[in-house]
Design a protein around this ligand. Structure first.
Ligand SMILES: Nc1ncnc2c1ncn2[C@@H]1O[C@H](COP(=O)(O)OP(=O)(O)O)[C@@H](O)[C@H]1O
Ligand SMILES: [Mg+2]
Ligand SMILES: [Zn+2]
Length: 579
């Protein structure tokens, strides 16, 4: 960390940069650039905030600290917690100068008085920085315990900045706690940490806490713009956004990347492509292209994009997650545009809002489900690429128009197709009932289909199918590993109190079979009836026998439209219950 230098310190500049004449000092920004170029200090340090006004994206913290300082309320111990690169160390140093500035205590240190300059240069005897992560940490804490008793040498207060405080060893923390229990009136402690939960409560409870936030994307972009302008770095908006996304809420990482990209570009304008080359592709662009293809129902485009991404070495897991995030953003755009404005670059937020207006909410929700299924299938042993491809294709080929009107048209045409097959005693009534899904009351009043009512069997196939997503949700929340297997399970038939489920393959069937009680319990909770669940694997010979009268199983084996009807039914039901 040391030596810590204020690049705007005229005395320093005079001694180091003799090239500058005494008349007419260059502007502060110019100072920073020259200072950095000549001394090799990294960009993020050159741009360390010098006053609270320089600290971006931490309005709440700044407001509270400022008003406390203005009203003269000083605490003995502060704890700055938050993600890395969010300004904790910078704020601690500013606060130290606020406290010890010759013209203080103040909320705005002048940074020019002798105290401020000494603190900035790291030479102040009364302001000590202890890096708890270094192996000297413990010695320094012990030394602190002895030294803290003595009055400050030159300044108002002794200020101890304990950085990375969660790294304190047990002995270190204990030694420090002794000091904190009886702090001398002339001492102030500022702890900074990324992991406050690792600190003992005895320490936490004695500190005034300030939570630093992840830096929002647009804020990060603005700051980088300012720095790039100040440093004469040419960079386009796409690249700024790309850096901000990669930096994951930390401004230090963003500035470091900006600096590396500038070195890489060697004077040329930095673009998103520059970053992909310099740091490796993230799959973000591919995700956007994929999203467009899915929305346009362009199956060929989907496959081509996945192919290209795969060739470019993009990780399919990461790509699926990026796509999930992209769909999530479409939903957020509808629900809370302000939230989106925090998470995305302005251009991307606008884009997402436009897209969201053209895609139905139900379609987005379906996409989210398909993608989470693809992820969990890939996790439970599938091929990430295959799951992504099949998931998206399914999404494209089975997507429905979201309006109930369109829905009933589709139901009608399905019904006609099925009627031609002269059988489906089970499937047809279930579909016909949805033809006019006007109200809940009507839904309940509708007659139940005959075949299930054996021995007064209290629950119909429709009812189970309608509740299946909820049952599944409940079971999966109790036992998450079932997510993969259950995502391929179909509700086949109900005969009396026997519910037959069909899994994709033997393996899945076996896994689910081991947990049928969970399913039975969920059904009895949600539907108020107890059913015995049995499982079959798709394509197993037992299949045809176990089906309900009317030959549903044989129809469904030959005619994929039953699956369609099933999906349609579930979908309609979801819409009605959510309406
Ligand atoms: N909130 C912020 N406002 C302005 N610059 C910041 C902010 N947070 C981080 N930075 C930049 O990142 C650098 C490192 O920040 P620092 O205060 O050390 O972060 P932390 O201690 O939270 O990891 C700073 O020198 C500054 O250039
Ligand atoms: Mg820090
Ligand atoms: Zn000062």
């Amino acid at each position: 960390m040391r030596p810590l230098v204020n690049p705007y310190n005229p005395r320093l500049l005079r001694s180091r940069f003799t090239a500058y004449p005494l008349g007419g000092w260059p502007k502060r920004r110019e100072f920073r650039r020259l200072y950095r170029e000549r001394s090799g200090v990294s960009l993020y340090r050159t741009w360390r905030p010098l006053v609270f006004a320089d600290l971006v994206g931490q309005d709440a913290v700044v407001r509270t600290l400022t008003s406390a300082l203005e009203s003269g309320r000083l605490a003995h111990a502060y704890l700055f917690s938050g993600p890395r690169g969010s300004g904790k160390t910078s704020a601690a140093k500013i606060l130290a100068r606020c406290i010890d500035c010759v013209n203080g205590p103040t909320a705005v240190p002048d940074n020019t008085c002798e105290n401020c300059r000494a603190i900035l240069a790291g030479s102040a005897l009364d302001v000590l920085e202890i890096d708890a992560a270094s192996n000297r940490g413990i010695d320094e804490i012990r030394a602190l315990r002895d030294a803290v008793k003595f009055a400050p040498a030159a300044m108002r207060m002794k200020v101890y900045i304990i950085d990375e405080a969660h790294m304190l060893t047990k002995e270190g923390a204990n030694a420090f706690l002794k000091t904190l229990e009886e702090p001398p009136p002339h001492a102030v402690f500022i702890l900074a940490t990324t992991e406050p939960e690792k600190l003992p409560v005895t320490i936490l409870s004695r500190c005034q806490r300030y939570a630093f936030a992840r830096i929002a994307i647009p804020v990060m972009i603005d700051k980088m713009k300012e720095v790039a302008r100040g440093e004469g770095i040419a960079i386009d908006d796409g690249a700024l956004a790309a850096i901000a996304y990669r930096a994951d809420g930390g401004l230090r990482d963003a500035l470091t990347m900006l600096e590396q990209a500038a070195a890489f570009a060697a004077g040329a304008t930095i673009t998103a492509e520059t970053l992909d080359i310099a740091f490796g592709a993230t799959g973000r662009n591919f995700a956007q292209t994929l999203l467009d293809a899915v929305v346009a129902r362009d199956a060929a485009g989907v496959l081509a994009t996945i192919e290209t991404a795969s060739d470019a070495g993009a990780d399919m897991h990461v790509l699926t997650r990026s796509l999930l995030a992209a769909f999530r953003n479409l939903l957020v755009a509808r629900v809370d545009p302000d939230l989106l404005a925090r998470d995305l670059a302005p251009e991307d937020a606008r884009h997402a809002a436009e897209r969201a207006a053209n895609v139905s909410q139900a379609a987005v929700v379906r996409a989210l489900r398909v993608l989470t299924d693809a992820l969990s299938l890939a996790r439970s042993g599938g091929s990430p690429r295959l799951e992504l491809e099949t998931g998206l294709l399914r999404l494209i080929f089975t997507s429905e128009d979201p309006t109930l009107d369109a829905l009933s048209t589709r139901v009608k045409s399905l019904e006609e197709r099925l009627a031609g097959d002269a059988a489906p005693a089970v499937a047809v009534p279930s579909v016909r009932k949805r033809e006019e899904p006007a109200s809940n009351a009507e839904r309940k009043a509708a007659p139940k289909p005959e075949p299930q009512k054996r021995d007064g069997g209290p629950v119909s196939l429709q009812k189970v199918r309608a509740a299946w997503q909820n049952v599944r949700g409940k079971v999966e929340s109790q036992h998450p590993p079932l997510q993969g297997p259950l995502s391929g399970v179909r509700v086949e038939s109900v005969e009396g109190d026997r519910l037959v489920l069909v899994a994709r393959n033997d393996l899945d069937a076996n896994i689910v079979r081991g947990r049928t009680t969970l399913i039975e319990d969920a059904i009895s909770d949600l539907l108020g009836t107890s059913l015995h669940v049995s499982l079959k694997a798709d394509g197993s010979p037992a299949r045809a026998k176990g089906s309900a009268p009317g030959g549903v199983a044989s129809v469904s084996a030959a005619e994929p439209s039953i699956d369609d009807a099933d999906a349609l039914f579930n979908y309609a039901n979801e819409r009605i219950t959510n309406a």
